[in-house]
Design a protein around this ligand. Structure first.
Ligand SMILES: *[C@@H]1O[C@H](CO)[C@@H](O)[C@H](O)[C@H]1NC(C)=O
Ligand SMILES: *[C@@H]1O[C@H](CO)[C@@H](O)[C@H](O)[C@H]1NC(C)=O
Ligand SMILES: *[C@@H]1O[C@H](CO)[C@@H](O)[C@H](O)[C@H]1NC(C)=O
Ligand SMILES: *[C@@H]1O[C@H](CO)[C@@H](O)[C@H](O)[C@H]1NC(C)=O
Ligand SMILES: *[C@@H]1O[C@H](CO)[C@@H](O)[C@H](O)[C@H]1NC(C)=O
Ligand SMILES: *[C@@H]1O[C@H](CO)[C@@H](O)[C@H](O)[C@H]1NC(C)=O
Ligand SMILES: *[C@@H]1O[C@H](CO)[C@@H](O)[C@H](O)[C@H]1NC(C)=O
Length: 519
């Protein structure tokens, strides 16, 4: 009897554990589905984005001399608007195909002319076409081990030096690092790590404080919930909140699973409890993604969506009294806004968001090594189910799935956490709708570490092309960002003009040591 009870509790515990894990691991930065890149490309034809594709040979390991291995890093370059001596806007590529980021970083294209700037988009190692070990790159830690932010920053620094050395007239060009999301973190970090190479950085939606002990792990899902509340009121939030129990109840029986399958028009039937858990992740990930891409105009950053998509989603979720089938049907309709904007979807595939593909594996590895970004939800102050952050369990999962043990505090030790006031010339911009803004720098730290808050902004809205439907807050934010960029450029040229070394002579003149300038 007692043993049976223990086993029952253990089974319940295990079920809870597996739910928690995936919940946490699911949350990640927005990125297109690899298998959909072709499809995406069609939706993303960017008229302005005319670039040349090049490669540079990089060392696989910049930090010791054990191996001579090298690989080709891809970068895109656009020099149409560049004037000799004008700045280089350098996009520090994130965890994905660089052409996608180039097409989605309209701010750079929109301001190239005004600054006489050269645009460079550098691909992050292990993503897109920049694979250090070709098709073997993901085959275990012995290959993946060179996938770190330090190596990526070194690639960027070397590439910048190479451009300045080889492009006539570029040696005097100030470099401004620009990036969004993880790319924004890299933009901030490259300015911190290589101030000799980068004059300033625009770090958009860069959650450099989303590490252990720096930001409460609840914040992320609370912001998602706040977005739904703002767009659709309490009814919308409560409807989502109510779903979890209903799905769980239905998931317990074969007939319930059959019903779930038909209501959600799933491509393949839910057969097991794991399949039901998968449905839950898929739903929660959909809400999270919507919060990240809640842009004011129709856009297809992840999926093609109407303007203010959460408002559209919440239209289906205004009747709080709905229960069971009717509630689930309403949720299914709401989800359709995200996956079926085109009206062409025949069915929904719950593994589409969750399945491992190349870009995803790379980020999983980074999340399981340096980029440990705790997320959790309590189910009370947010519309999700309770999911605690447990580093030990997270670590175990990383060991089992990828054979690596994450370093809980390394990112903070490496990049400074909140103790970054000795750095300079970084603008941190954050949209208040963006769940990642919780881990962003949202206060001015010094007069050159500037926080720009965008009231109606989702994930790096400011980096997107200007649009007639842009809210005033983002128009203002871009103005401020450009103001600081212009200032860094001016400062850089002034410093170069004054590039004199001082020597203090031993001879005193009028009782004072004499300062002599030497060129
Ligand atoms: C980016 O836009 C170019 C055209 O400007 C297109 O050829 C390319 O496929 C797009 N890439 C992606 C990933 O959308
Ligand atoms: C690196 O290359 C040099 C020159 O080709 C060679 O002499 C050396 O043994 C190589 N080192 C390693 C570790 O492969
Ligand atoms: C359902 O779960 C089984 C294993 O538990 C898995 O093989 C199958 O792909 C899952 N199906 C869906 C639709 O997730
Ligand atoms: C809300 O749903 C209930 C139950 O289906 C229904 O009786 C009621 O009319 C609905 N209210 C509105 C305003 O649609
Ligand atoms: C997608 O939308 C179309 C048009 O509204 C509809 O006929 C179809 O059933 C929807 N697909 C799914 C999977 O809900
Ligand atoms: C669901 O998506 C996964 C990943 O894209 C794919 O491998 C699988 O074939 C899809 N299933 C169906 C039934 O479309
Ligand atoms: C930071 O300072 C700038 C310039 O004074 C100001 O425009 C901005 O609003 C400040 N940011 C915050 C979050 O207070």
């Amino acid at each position: 009897m007692a043993a049976v009870e223990v086993i029952r509790i253990l089974i319940v515990l295990l079920a809870v554990v597996s739910v928690n894990e995936a919940f946490r691991l699911r949350a990640r930065f927005p990125r297109p589905q690899r298998q959909e890149l072709g499809q995406h490309a069609k939706r993303h034809i960017c008229r302005y984005c005319i670039y040349e594709t090049r490669t540079i040979r990089q060392k696989a390991n910049h930090f010791n001399f054990q191996t001579n291995r090298t690989f080709l890093q891809r970068y895109l370059i656009a020099r149409k608007n560049w004037k000799v001596g004008g700045p280089i806007f350098f996009y520090t590529g994130n965890e994905g195909d660089i052409t996608w980021f180039a097409n989605n970083t309209g701010l750079m294209w929109d301001s190239a002319k005004e600054f006489g700037a050269m645009l460079v988009f550098a691909e992050h190692r292990y993503y897109g076409k920049s694979l250090p070990f070709g098709t073997k790159s993901y085959k275990g830690p012995q290959y993946l081990g060179y996938l770190t932010s330090e190596q990526a920053l070194a690639d960027f620094a070397i590439l910048i030096n190479h451009l300045k050395d080889t492009i006539p007239g570029a040696s005097d060009s100030p470099v401004i690092a620009i990036g969004g999301s993880y790319g924004g973190m890299l933009a901030a970090w490259i300015r911190m790590k290589y101030p000799n190479i980068v004059a300033g950085a625009l770090a958009a939606s860069a959650p450099i404080l989303q590490f252990t002990g720096l930001t409460p792990c609840e914040k992320f899902y609370q912001i998602v919930t706040k977005d739904f509340y703002k767009a659709g009121g309490e009814a919308c939030v409560n409807s989502v909140k109510k779903t979890w129990n209903t799905v769980k109840e239905y998931g317990k029986t074969a007939s319930g699973r059959k019903k779930l399958t038909s209501i959600f028009k799933l491509c393949s039937p839910l057969k097991t409890k794991e399949n039901v858990t998968q449905l839950e992740y898929w739903l929660s990930e959909t809400w999270v993604n919507l919060a990240m891409v809640d842009y004011p105009y129709p856009a297809s950053f992840l999926e093609p969506l109407p303007g203010w998509p959460i408002k559209v989603v919440c239209k289906y979720l205004q009747n709080e009294t709905l229960e069971d089938d009717k509630l689930l049907q309403a949720i299914a309709n709401a989800v359709g806004v995200y996956y079926n904007n085109s009206g062409h979807a025949k069915c929904f595939n719950t593994s589409q968001q969750a399945v491992s593909f190349l870009g995803d594996e790379g980020w999983s590895f980074q999340a399981c090594t340096e980029m440990v970004m705790p997320l959790c939800s309590d189910g009370v102050n947010d519309m999700f189910t309770e999911s605690k952050w447990d580093f030990k369990e997270y670590s175990l999962d990383c060991q089992q799935s990828l054979g690596v043990t994450p370093l809980e505090y390394w990112a903070e030790i490496l990049y400074g956490g909140k103790k970054i006031r000795s750095h300079s010339n970084i603008v941190f911009s954050n949209g208040e709708l963006d769940p990642w803004s919780g881990g962003g720098v949202t206060q001015n730290l010094t007069d050159s570490l500037i926080a720009v808050l965008i009231e109606d902004g989702a994930h790096h809205l400011d980096l997107r092309h200007k649009n007639p439907l842009d809210p005033p807050s983002v128009v203002q934010a871009r103005k401020l960002e450009k103001f600081y960029m212009a200032q860094w450029i001016k400062e850089y040229h002034e410093m170069r003009k004054k590039n004199v070394h001082y020597r203090v002579s031993n001879k005193k003149a009028n009782g004072k040591f004499k300062k002599i300038s030497v060129l």
